[in-house]
Design a protein around this ligand. Structure first.
Ligand SMILES: [Zn+2]
Length: 252
């Protein structure tokens, strides 16, 4: 008994040591992060993303044929983690901490061997964007003789560079019909973003803000939901109406 007691005490002490180590590490990381932020060494992902968008839309060199992507920046999968979904798709007015785009897709190829493709992509704004990656990774063998009916459910609407790219793709490939349902509008107050959304709309893209029912549908279809229904957050409908009104103003 005495031995067992000792070993329990030892284990408990060891556990406390480990947890003290962890606390120190976390504090160290926090200190370093704060120092870096003070020195202005670490640009925020949002700032970097909008810089990239500006650079890309100013050079006017938007290719329909996508460039090569390093594969590790994009995660592709079948079903999203439920906690990630609830955070990333929440249609709050200010999207703080949400520096990535989740893109759920359905591709209907009619009566073909491939039939219906389904899955999701996830990116970091620092790297390649999910919208661009979609055309490379999800329909790599584009066939002009097929009809593509594509639906996206995205956590936020595209940045201006992606919007321009999408508009180019839709203009060049008339057999692609794209509908996009967005939980939030990304930086909708920016003139450049508004122009991008209009360009997509003019190129035939159906652009909508996700309604409460669309969140439930996306949860049922693309999330590891363990057969549980989605409990919609309190202001889901109000936030939808807010974004819906902004989008209608932009596209009118
Ligand atoms: Zn983008």
């Amino acid at each position: 008994m005495a031995d067992k007691g000792n070993s329990l005490t030892r284990r408990k002490e060891r556990k406390e040591e480990v947890s003290a180590e962890l606390t120190k590490d976390v504090q160290k990381m926090k200190d370093e992060g704060e120092r870096a932020a003070d020195n202005g060494e670490v640009p925020s992902a949002e700032a970097a993303a909008s810089d990239a968008a500006v650079a890309s839309s100013q050079d006017g060199d938007l290719q329909v044929e996508p460039m090569e992507l390093p594969p590790f920046e994009i995660i592709q999968g079948d079903r999203i983690d439920p906690f990630a979904f609830k955070f990333q798709f929440k249609n709050v007015e200010y999207s703080s901490g949400r520096n990535k785009t989740f893109l759920c897709y359905l591709v209907d190829l009619g009566n073909t061997a491939d039939g219906l493709l389904k899955g999701y992509l996830e990116d970091e704004h620092m790297g390649s964007h999910a919208e661009e990656a979609f055309f490379i990774q999800c329909i790599p063998n584009y066939d002009p003789s097929l009809r593509y009916t594509i639906t996206w459910y995205v956590s936020s609407s595209p940045c201006s560079a992606c919007a321009a790219k999408i508009a180019e793709v839709l203009k060049a490939r008339k057999n692609i019909k794209l509908s996009i349902f967005a939980a939030r509008l990304f930086e909708w107050e920016e003139t450049e973003i508004q122009a991008g959304l209009k360009a997509m709309h003019d190129a035939g893209c159906k652009l909508r803000v996700m309604k409460p029912l669309d969140f439930s549908y996306t949860w049922d279809t693309f999330v590891e939901n363990e057969e549980e229904p989605l409990n919609l957050w309190e202001d889901c409908k109000e936030n939808y109406e807010y974004y819906q009104e902004k989008l209608a103003d932009i596209l009118q």
